[in-house]
Design a binder for this molecule. Structure first.
Ligand code: 4NP
Length: 156
């Protein structure tokens, strides 16, 4: 079982989108039983206010037919480092903040989602920049390439 934690600043836009998009990709490939998939925030703000996934994030998942369940923001915890095999941030700032919470990445588990693509870069925050289509596209591309990468690794 491969355990994957997607992380962004608020855990109400990008990382829950990644969680549900990756769950959908994995399910369509019949690999559901091989993965445990979750998401979390670097900030504790949205957990304190019991925030759900942002409406525009839900709307874009609905538009593209990606199923999702009820989701509440939670902040990443130090113990998540041992619990998960991969901790995937959306942007450089996430990586810095993840490391502040979990400590050093001694087991090489922490990456940016688009590190697995031909063009590693940040996935910009739609909360501030508002382009949920671009976010959906980047996350889907990142998730597909990430899955391909880990399946190749398992088969090599
Ligand atoms: P996310 O977007 O990191 O993709 O979930 C954000 C959502 C909320 C806030 C910031 C970013 N916020 O400041 O509440």
């Amino acid at each position: 079982m491969t355990k994957v934690l997607f992380v962004c600043l608020g855990n109400i836009c990008r990382s829950p989108m990644a969680e549900f998009i990756f769950k959908d990709i994995v399910k369509k490939k019949g690999l559901e039983k091989d993965f445990y998939i979750d998401s979390a925030a670097t900030s504790g703000y949205n957990e304190r206010y019991k925030e759900c996934m942002y409406q525009e994030a839900k709307d874009i998942l609905k538009e593209y037919g990606v199923p999702f369940t009820e989701h509440y923001s939670r902040q990443i915890r130090k113990e998540d480092y041992d619990k998960f095999d991969y901790i995937l941030g959306m942007e450089e700032e996430n990586i810095k903040n993840i490391l502040k919470i979990v400590g050093k990445d001694t087991k090489n588990k922490i990456f940016k989602l688009l590190d697995f693509t031909e063009k590693p870069r940040d996935i910009i925050d739609p909360w501030y920049y508002g382009n949920f289509d671009a976010t959906y596209y980047d996350i889907t591309y990142g998730c597909e390439m990430f899955l391909e990468n880990i399946l190749n690794k398992e088969n090599s």
